[in-house]
Design a protein around this ligand. Structure first.
Ligand code: AMP
Length: 390
Protein backbone atom coordinates (compact mmCIF):
# COMPACT_ATOMS: atom_id res chain seq x y z
CA UNK A 1 0.00 0.00 0.00
CA UNK A 2 1.23 3.48 -0.75
CA UNK A 3 2.71 5.73 1.87
CA UNK A 4 2.39 9.49 1.83
CA UNK A 5 5.53 11.61 1.52
CA UNK A 6 5.87 14.78 3.55
CA UNK A 7 5.99 16.73 0.28
CA UNK A 8 2.31 16.00 -0.36
CA UNK A 9 1.09 17.55 2.91
CA UNK A 10 0.02 21.13 3.57
CA UNK A 11 1.99 21.98 6.70
CA UNK A 12 0.97 25.63 7.11
CA UNK A 13 0.35 26.49 10.78
CA UNK A 14 0.49 22.82 11.71
CA UNK A 15 2.41 21.26 14.58
CA UNK A 16 4.33 18.31 13.23
CA UNK A 17 5.58 15.52 15.48
CA UNK A 18 8.73 14.18 13.82
CA UNK A 19 10.17 10.82 14.87
CA UNK A 20 13.90 11.26 14.23
CA UNK A 21 16.81 8.92 14.76
CA UNK A 22 19.07 10.92 17.06
CA UNK A 23 20.59 7.78 18.58
CA UNK A 24 24.10 9.16 18.17
CA UNK A 25 27.30 7.91 19.82
CA UNK A 26 28.38 10.00 22.84
CA UNK A 27 31.90 10.25 24.26
CA UNK A 28 32.28 12.16 27.53
CA UNK A 29 28.87 13.79 27.00
CA UNK A 30 29.83 15.01 23.51
CA UNK A 31 28.41 13.75 20.21
CA UNK A 32 31.24 11.85 18.52
CA UNK A 33 29.47 11.29 15.19
CA UNK A 34 26.54 13.60 14.30
CA UNK A 35 25.76 12.16 10.85
CA UNK A 36 22.36 10.80 11.92
CA UNK A 37 21.33 14.28 13.08
CA UNK A 38 22.62 15.81 9.85
CA UNK A 39 20.59 13.27 7.87
CA UNK A 40 17.33 14.53 9.40
CA UNK A 41 18.01 18.26 8.88
CA UNK A 42 16.38 18.40 5.39
CA UNK A 43 13.05 17.16 6.81
CA UNK A 44 13.14 19.64 9.70
CA UNK A 45 14.03 22.51 7.35
CA UNK A 46 11.26 21.41 4.97
CA UNK A 47 8.66 21.69 7.75
CA UNK A 48 9.87 25.14 8.79
CA UNK A 49 10.09 26.39 5.18
CA UNK A 50 6.51 25.24 4.57
CA UNK A 51 4.96 27.12 7.46
CA UNK A 52 4.85 24.40 10.10
CA UNK A 53 6.49 23.96 13.48
CA UNK A 54 8.49 20.83 14.33
CA UNK A 55 8.27 18.84 17.55
CA UNK A 56 11.16 16.39 17.34
CA UNK A 57 11.37 13.13 19.26
CA UNK A 58 13.92 10.31 19.41
CA UNK A 59 15.39 7.68 21.64
CA UNK A 60 19.03 7.70 22.73
CA UNK A 61 20.74 4.56 23.99
CA UNK A 62 19.06 2.05 26.26
CA UNK A 63 18.20 3.92 29.47
CA UNK A 64 16.64 2.19 32.45
CA UNK A 65 14.28 4.94 33.55
CA UNK A 66 15.49 8.55 33.56
CA UNK A 67 19.26 8.74 33.12
CA UNK A 68 20.81 12.25 32.85
CA UNK A 69 23.76 10.88 30.84
CA UNK A 70 21.28 9.82 28.11
CA UNK A 71 19.52 13.17 27.91
CA UNK A 72 19.07 14.60 24.42
CA UNK A 73 20.57 17.92 25.63
CA UNK A 74 23.70 17.62 23.44
CA UNK A 75 21.41 16.97 20.45
CA UNK A 76 19.38 20.14 21.22
CA UNK A 77 22.64 22.10 21.30
CA UNK A 78 23.83 20.56 18.02
CA UNK A 79 20.47 21.25 16.34
CA UNK A 80 20.49 24.89 17.51
CA UNK A 81 23.85 25.41 15.79
CA UNK A 82 22.95 23.43 12.66
CA UNK A 83 19.54 25.08 12.14
CA UNK A 84 20.70 28.50 13.36
CA UNK A 85 17.62 28.86 15.59
CA UNK A 86 17.20 28.07 19.25
CA UNK A 87 16.00 24.50 19.74
CA UNK A 88 14.83 24.16 23.35
CA UNK A 89 14.75 20.76 25.04
CA UNK A 90 11.44 19.92 26.74
CA UNK A 91 11.76 18.44 30.26
CA UNK A 92 10.16 15.20 29.06
CA UNK A 93 8.51 13.76 25.92
CA UNK A 94 5.04 13.79 27.51
CA UNK A 95 3.34 15.57 30.44
CA UNK A 96 1.87 18.96 31.29
CA UNK A 97 5.04 21.04 31.17
CA UNK A 98 5.95 19.62 27.75
CA UNK A 99 2.37 20.06 26.48
CA UNK A 100 2.54 23.75 27.44
CA UNK A 101 5.78 24.18 25.45
CA UNK A 102 4.14 22.47 22.45
CA UNK A 103 1.04 24.70 22.77
CA UNK A 104 3.12 27.89 22.69
CA UNK A 105 5.16 26.81 19.63
CA UNK A 106 4.72 29.10 16.61
CA UNK A 107 5.27 28.44 12.89
CA UNK A 108 8.97 28.23 12.10
CA UNK A 109 9.92 27.08 15.61
CA UNK A 110 11.41 23.76 16.74
CA UNK A 111 11.11 21.92 20.04
CA UNK A 112 13.03 18.76 20.94
CA UNK A 113 11.34 16.31 23.31
CA UNK A 114 13.43 14.45 25.90
CA UNK A 115 14.53 10.81 25.34
CA UNK A 116 11.49 8.66 24.53
CA UNK A 117 13.01 5.62 26.23
CA UNK A 118 12.98 7.31 29.63
CA UNK A 119 9.49 5.75 29.54
CA UNK A 120 9.30 1.93 29.21
CA UNK A 121 5.88 2.50 27.59
CA UNK A 122 7.72 3.62 24.43
CA UNK A 123 9.18 0.18 23.64
CA UNK A 124 6.00 -1.52 24.91
CA UNK A 125 4.05 0.42 22.25
CA UNK A 126 1.66 1.50 24.99
CA UNK A 127 -1.44 3.08 23.57
CA UNK A 128 -1.96 5.64 26.39
CA UNK A 129 1.66 6.79 26.04
CA UNK A 130 1.27 7.05 22.25
CA UNK A 131 -1.81 9.21 22.76
CA UNK A 132 0.08 11.48 25.19
CA UNK A 133 2.90 11.77 22.67
CA UNK A 134 0.51 12.84 19.91
CA UNK A 135 -1.22 15.46 22.08
CA UNK A 136 -1.22 18.93 20.52
CA UNK A 137 0.23 17.80 17.16
CA UNK A 138 -1.95 17.20 14.11
CA UNK A 139 0.67 15.73 11.76
CA UNK A 140 3.08 12.83 12.36
CA UNK A 141 6.18 12.40 10.23
CA UNK A 142 8.48 9.40 10.59
CA UNK A 143 12.03 10.12 9.47
CA UNK A 144 13.69 7.51 11.70
CA UNK A 145 14.53 4.77 9.24
CA UNK A 146 16.98 3.29 11.78
CA UNK A 147 14.10 2.33 14.11
CA UNK A 148 11.51 1.48 11.44
CA UNK A 149 11.96 -2.24 12.23
CA UNK A 150 10.69 -1.68 15.78
CA UNK A 151 6.99 -1.47 16.68
CA UNK A 152 7.21 1.18 19.38
CA UNK A 153 4.78 3.88 20.52
CA UNK A 154 6.64 6.59 18.57
CA UNK A 155 6.96 4.51 15.39
CA UNK A 156 3.64 2.65 15.30
CA UNK A 157 1.18 3.40 18.15
CA UNK A 158 1.19 7.16 17.65
CA UNK A 159 -0.29 7.14 14.13
CA UNK A 160 -3.80 6.40 15.45
CA UNK A 161 -3.86 9.68 17.32
CA UNK A 162 -2.93 12.17 14.59
CA UNK A 163 -4.96 13.54 11.67
CA UNK A 164 -2.23 13.08 9.04
CA UNK A 165 0.86 10.87 8.74
CA UNK A 166 3.73 10.82 6.28
CA UNK A 167 7.30 9.67 5.67
CA UNK A 168 10.05 12.28 6.00
CA UNK A 169 12.60 13.03 3.29
CA UNK A 170 15.25 10.73 4.79
CA UNK A 171 12.77 7.87 5.21
CA UNK A 172 11.68 8.30 1.57
CA UNK A 173 15.29 8.28 0.37
CA UNK A 174 16.10 5.13 2.36
CA UNK A 175 13.03 3.30 1.06
CA UNK A 176 13.66 4.37 -2.54
CA UNK A 177 17.24 3.06 -2.34
CA UNK A 178 16.07 -0.24 -0.85
CA UNK A 179 13.32 -0.62 -3.44
CA UNK A 180 15.88 0.00 -6.18
CA UNK A 181 17.94 -2.98 -5.01
CA UNK A 182 15.04 -5.33 -4.31
CA UNK A 183 12.42 -4.68 -7.03
CA UNK A 184 13.73 -5.42 -10.54
CA UNK A 185 17.30 -4.38 -9.73
CA UNK A 186 19.68 -4.07 -12.68
CA UNK A 187 21.99 -7.05 -13.17
CA UNK A 188 24.66 -8.28 -12.79
CA UNK A 189 23.88 -7.99 -9.09
CA UNK A 190 26.57 -8.58 -6.43
CA UNK A 191 25.87 -9.06 -2.73
CA UNK A 192 28.81 -8.59 -0.36
CA UNK A 193 28.35 -9.85 3.17
CA UNK A 194 30.68 -9.55 6.13
CA UNK A 195 30.57 -8.82 9.83
CA UNK A 196 30.74 -10.93 12.91
CA UNK A 197 27.98 -13.51 12.75
CA UNK A 198 26.35 -15.73 10.15
CA UNK A 199 23.31 -15.99 12.40
CA UNK A 200 22.49 -12.28 11.85
CA UNK A 201 22.63 -12.63 8.08
CA UNK A 202 20.94 -15.99 7.37
CA UNK A 203 17.59 -14.34 6.57
CA UNK A 204 19.21 -11.88 4.16
CA UNK A 205 21.15 -14.61 2.37
CA UNK A 206 18.03 -16.81 2.04
CA UNK A 207 15.97 -13.97 0.62
CA UNK A 208 18.67 -12.58 -1.68
CA UNK A 209 20.02 -15.82 -3.21
CA UNK A 210 17.25 -15.94 -5.86
CA UNK A 211 17.72 -12.24 -6.67
CA UNK A 212 21.48 -11.87 -7.17
CA UNK A 213 24.22 -13.22 -9.46
CA UNK A 214 27.22 -13.19 -7.14
CA UNK A 215 27.74 -13.45 -3.38
CA UNK A 216 31.10 -12.47 -1.86
CA UNK A 217 31.56 -13.38 1.78
CA UNK A 218 34.24 -11.98 4.10
CA UNK A 219 34.52 -10.99 7.75
CA UNK A 220 34.28 -13.42 10.63
CA UNK A 221 31.14 -14.98 9.13
CA UNK A 222 33.27 -16.41 6.30
CA UNK A 223 34.95 -18.78 8.76
CA UNK A 224 31.71 -20.58 9.56
CA UNK A 225 31.23 -21.16 5.80
CA UNK A 226 34.86 -22.28 5.41
CA UNK A 227 34.64 -24.69 8.35
CA UNK A 228 31.39 -26.04 6.88
CA UNK A 229 33.43 -26.89 3.75
CA UNK A 230 35.98 -28.69 5.92
CA UNK A 231 38.65 -25.96 5.65
CA UNK A 232 40.91 -25.38 8.71
CA UNK A 233 39.94 -22.13 10.46
CA UNK A 234 42.31 -22.15 13.49
CA UNK A 235 41.04 -19.89 16.28
CA UNK A 236 38.89 -17.78 13.93
CA UNK A 237 35.37 -16.90 15.07
CA UNK A 238 33.14 -19.78 14.00
CA UNK A 239 29.52 -20.43 14.90
CA UNK A 240 29.60 -24.19 15.26
CA UNK A 241 25.83 -24.35 15.64
CA UNK A 242 25.42 -22.79 12.20
CA UNK A 243 27.59 -25.15 10.15
CA UNK A 244 24.56 -26.99 8.75
CA UNK A 245 22.86 -23.71 7.82
CA UNK A 246 26.07 -22.57 6.13
CA UNK A 247 26.20 -25.79 4.08
CA UNK A 248 22.54 -25.43 3.19
CA UNK A 249 22.97 -21.80 2.08
CA UNK A 250 25.97 -22.62 -0.09
CA UNK A 251 24.07 -25.52 -1.67
CA UNK A 252 21.13 -23.19 -2.33
CA UNK A 253 23.47 -20.66 -3.96
CA UNK A 254 24.89 -23.44 -6.15
CA UNK A 255 21.39 -24.61 -7.15
CA UNK A 256 20.68 -21.03 -8.23
CA UNK A 257 23.95 -21.10 -10.22
CA UNK A 258 25.40 -18.11 -8.38
CA UNK A 259 29.06 -17.27 -8.06
CA UNK A 260 29.58 -17.86 -4.33
CA UNK A 261 33.04 -16.81 -3.16
CA UNK A 262 34.72 -17.29 0.19
CA UNK A 263 38.19 -15.96 1.09
CA UNK A 264 41.13 -17.96 -0.26
CA UNK A 265 43.75 -16.15 1.83
CA UNK A 266 43.69 -14.39 5.17
CA UNK A 267 45.45 -11.90 7.40
CA UNK A 268 45.95 -13.74 10.68
CA UNK A 269 47.11 -12.86 14.19
CA UNK A 270 46.85 -14.26 17.73
CA UNK A 271 43.82 -12.19 18.68
CA UNK A 272 41.78 -9.19 17.49
CA UNK A 273 43.67 -6.55 19.48
CA UNK A 274 44.22 -2.95 18.35
CA UNK A 275 48.02 -3.20 18.37
CA UNK A 276 48.29 -6.61 16.69
CA UNK A 277 50.18 -7.03 13.43
CA UNK A 278 48.94 -9.45 10.80
CA UNK A 279 50.52 -12.06 8.54
CA UNK A 280 49.09 -13.24 5.22
CA UNK A 281 48.45 -17.00 4.92
CA UNK A 282 46.48 -19.34 2.67
CA UNK A 283 46.10 -21.96 5.41
CA UNK A 284 45.17 -20.73 8.87
CA UNK A 285 47.48 -22.21 11.55
CA UNK A 286 45.66 -23.85 14.50
CA UNK A 287 46.78 -21.13 16.94
CA UNK A 288 45.84 -18.11 14.75
CA UNK A 289 42.67 -16.17 13.96
CA UNK A 290 41.63 -14.94 10.52
CA UNK A 291 41.06 -11.22 11.00
CA UNK A 292 40.90 -9.90 7.44
CA UNK A 293 40.62 -11.20 3.90
CA UNK A 294 44.03 -11.47 2.25
CA UNK A 295 45.30 -9.66 -0.89
CA UNK A 296 44.45 -12.55 -3.25
CA UNK A 297 40.87 -12.57 -2.00
CA UNK A 298 40.69 -8.79 -2.38
CA UNK A 299 41.79 -9.14 -6.02
CA UNK A 300 39.25 -11.95 -6.64
CA UNK A 301 36.42 -9.97 -5.07
CA UNK A 302 37.31 -6.86 -7.10
CA UNK A 303 37.35 -8.92 -10.32
CA UNK A 304 33.81 -10.03 -9.57
CA UNK A 305 32.66 -6.43 -9.09
CA UNK A 306 33.63 -5.48 -12.65
CA UNK A 307 30.57 -4.89 -14.78
CA UNK A 308 28.17 -5.09 -11.81
CA UNK A 309 25.10 -2.87 -12.13
CA UNK A 310 23.87 -3.32 -8.55
CA UNK A 311 25.97 -3.92 -5.43
CA UNK A 312 24.62 -4.33 -1.91
CA UNK A 313 27.15 -4.52 0.90
CA UNK A 314 26.51 -5.31 4.54
CA UNK A 315 29.22 -5.95 7.13
CA UNK A 316 32.96 -5.20 7.28
CA UNK A 317 35.27 -7.80 5.70
CA UNK A 318 37.64 -7.86 8.66
CA UNK A 319 38.36 -6.59 12.13
CA UNK A 320 38.48 -3.06 10.69
CA UNK A 321 38.79 -1.36 14.10
CA UNK A 322 42.51 -2.15 13.88
CA UNK A 323 44.28 -0.65 10.80
CA UNK A 324 46.23 -3.93 10.39
CA UNK A 325 42.96 -5.70 9.50
CA UNK A 326 41.08 -2.90 7.70
CA UNK A 327 42.72 -3.25 4.28
CA UNK A 328 40.28 -5.80 2.86
CA UNK A 329 37.28 -3.65 3.78
CA UNK A 330 38.91 -0.48 2.45
CA UNK A 331 40.19 -1.94 -0.85
CA UNK A 332 36.92 -3.72 -1.67
CA UNK A 333 35.01 -0.64 -0.44
CA UNK A 334 36.92 1.60 -2.84
CA UNK A 335 36.19 -0.75 -5.74
CA UNK A 336 32.47 -0.72 -4.86
CA UNK A 337 32.37 3.07 -4.50
CA UNK A 338 34.13 3.62 -7.84
CA UNK A 339 32.37 0.80 -9.71
CA UNK A 340 29.69 2.93 -11.34
CA UNK A 341 27.07 0.43 -10.12
CA UNK A 342 24.06 1.39 -8.02
CA UNK A 343 25.68 0.73 -4.64
CA UNK A 344 23.92 0.45 -1.32
CA UNK A 345 25.81 0.20 1.92
CA UNK A 346 23.96 -1.20 4.93
CA UNK A 347 24.51 1.10 7.92
CA UNK A 348 26.20 0.52 11.25
CA UNK A 349 29.67 -0.97 11.22
CA UNK A 350 30.00 -1.10 7.45
CA UNK A 351 29.59 2.65 7.31
CA UNK A 352 31.91 3.24 10.26
CA UNK A 353 34.56 1.14 8.49
CA UNK A 354 34.66 3.37 5.40
CA UNK A 355 33.48 6.68 6.89
CA UNK A 356 36.84 8.45 6.62
CA UNK A 357 37.80 7.18 3.17
CA UNK A 358 38.08 9.86 0.45
CA UNK A 359 35.74 7.95 -1.89
CA UNK A 360 32.91 7.50 0.66
CA UNK A 361 30.68 10.04 -1.13
CA UNK A 362 30.77 7.87 -4.27
CA UNK A 363 28.43 5.19 -2.90
CA UNK A 364 24.94 5.67 -4.31
CA UNK A 365 23.38 5.33 -0.87
CA UNK A 366 24.63 4.69 2.66
CA UNK A 367 21.79 3.59 4.86
CA UNK A 368 21.39 5.17 8.31
CA UNK A 369 19.88 1.96 9.67
CA UNK A 370 21.81 -1.32 10.01
CA UNK A 371 19.08 -3.48 11.58
CA UNK A 372 16.26 -1.96 9.52
CA UNK A 373 18.22 -2.49 6.28
CA UNK A 374 18.88 -6.13 7.16
CA UNK A 375 15.20 -6.76 7.93
CA UNK A 376 14.15 -5.12 4.66
CA UNK A 377 16.66 -7.27 2.75
CA UNK A 378 15.22 -10.31 4.52
CA UNK A 379 11.97 -9.45 2.75
CA UNK A 380 10.21 -8.47 5.96
CA UNK A 381 7.77 -5.59 6.32
CA UNK A 382 9.07 -2.84 8.58
CA UNK A 383 6.39 -1.99 11.19
CA UNK A 384 7.31 1.71 11.18
CA UNK A 385 6.79 1.81 7.40
CA UNK A 386 3.60 -0.29 7.50
CA UNK A 387 2.17 2.17 10.05
CA UNK A 388 2.53 4.95 7.47
CA UNK A 389 0.48 3.12 4.84
CA UNK A 390 -2.65 5.05 3.91
P1 AMP B 1 28.33 -6.96 12.27
O1 AMP B 1 27.75 -6.10 13.35
O2 AMP B 1 27.78 -8.34 12.24
O3 AMP B 1 28.33 -6.27 10.93
O4 AMP B 1 29.85 -7.19 12.70
C1 AMP B 1 30.78 -6.17 12.73
C2 AMP B 1 31.94 -6.59 13.57
O5 AMP B 1 32.52 -7.74 13.03
C3 AMP B 1 33.01 -5.54 13.64
O6 AMP B 1 33.22 -5.16 14.98
C4 AMP B 1 34.24 -6.25 13.08
O7 AMP B 1 35.42 -5.94 13.76
C5 AMP B 1 33.90 -7.69 13.30
N1 AMP B 1 34.67 -8.57 12.41
C6 AMP B 1 34.67 -8.59 11.07
N2 AMP B 1 35.51 -9.53 10.61
C7 AMP B 1 36.07 -10.12 11.68
C8 AMP B 1 37.01 -11.17 11.87
N3 AMP B 1 37.56 -11.79 10.83
N4 AMP B 1 37.32 -11.52 13.14
C9 AMP B 1 36.78 -10.90 14.20
N5 AMP B 1 35.88 -9.89 14.09
C10 AMP B 1 35.53 -9.51 12.85
Amino acid sequence: MPICAISSLDLRSKKVLVRCDFNVPLKGGQISDPHRIDASLPTIRYILDHGGSAVLCSHLGRPKGRMPQLSLKPVAEYLSLALKIEVPLAPDCVGNATDRMVASLRAGQVLLLENLRFHPEEEANDSGFAQDLARGKSVYVNDAFGTAHRAHASTVGVVRFVAEKAAGLLMMRELEALRAVTDNASRPYVLIMGGAKVSDKIGVLRNMIPKVDTILIGGAMAYTFLKARGVATGKSLVEDKKLDVARELEAEANRNKLVFLLPTDHVVADAPSEGATGRVVTEIPTDKMGLDIGPRTVAEFITHLKGAKTIVWNGPLGYFESPAFAQGTLKVGEAVALSGAMSLLGGGDTEAAVAKAPWVSRFTHISTGGGATLEYLEGRELPGVQALEQ
